[in-house]
Design a protein around this ligand. Structure first.
Ligand code: ZN
Length: 145
């Protein structure tokens, strides 16, 4: 399903001896799958994709805050380290546009499997770019309710 781009790095990342990996506390984050390999992959992803992909769809240039799984980790834990399932977002876009896209996908016939298409190709979304994004040009969010 990964179309259009490839991840040039190794698909299995060896982080033996990596700083932090051995000392990270075992907590909920680790149980959700955010371990050393994810830290490394997400860091590299943000280096390659420093700007929010959704803001770019909207003609804005804003640095990303996080690397998101287009198909949520909850639904497809096997895609945790699959670069074809990643996109970089700012937090406002993650908390508004992505949230709404997930809700719409879950209600649709294709389920969350449609999300990578919608995330990367807004013209394929049922409502195009008309999903709420409260990011202003200066990057601040407007209104908390
Ligand atoms: Zn954004």
């Amino acid at each position: 399903m990964a179309s259009g781009f490839t991840f040039s790095g190794p698909t299995t990342v060896s982080f033996r001896g990596g700083a932090g990996a051995a000392t990270a506390p075992r907590g909920s984050a680790r149980r959700r799958g955010y371990n050393g390999a994810w830290d490394m992959l997400s860091k590299e992803w943000r280096r390659l994709h420093p700007f929010c992909a959704e803001c770019a769809h909207r003609g804005r240039e804003r640095r990303c805050d996080l690397v998101d799984h287009m198909i949520p980790l909850h639904d497809r834990p096997d895609l945790r380290l699959n670069a074809g399932n990643l996109w970089a977002l700012c937090k406002p876009c993650h908390d508004t546009v992505k949230r709404d896209l997930e809700a719409e996908a879950r209600a649709g016939a294709d389920g969350v499997a449609i999300l990578p298409l919608w995330c990367l190709h807004p013209e394929r979304r049922p409502h195009g770019l008309a999903y709420t994004s409260k990011v202003n040009a200066d990057g601040r969010t407007s209104g908390s309710t």
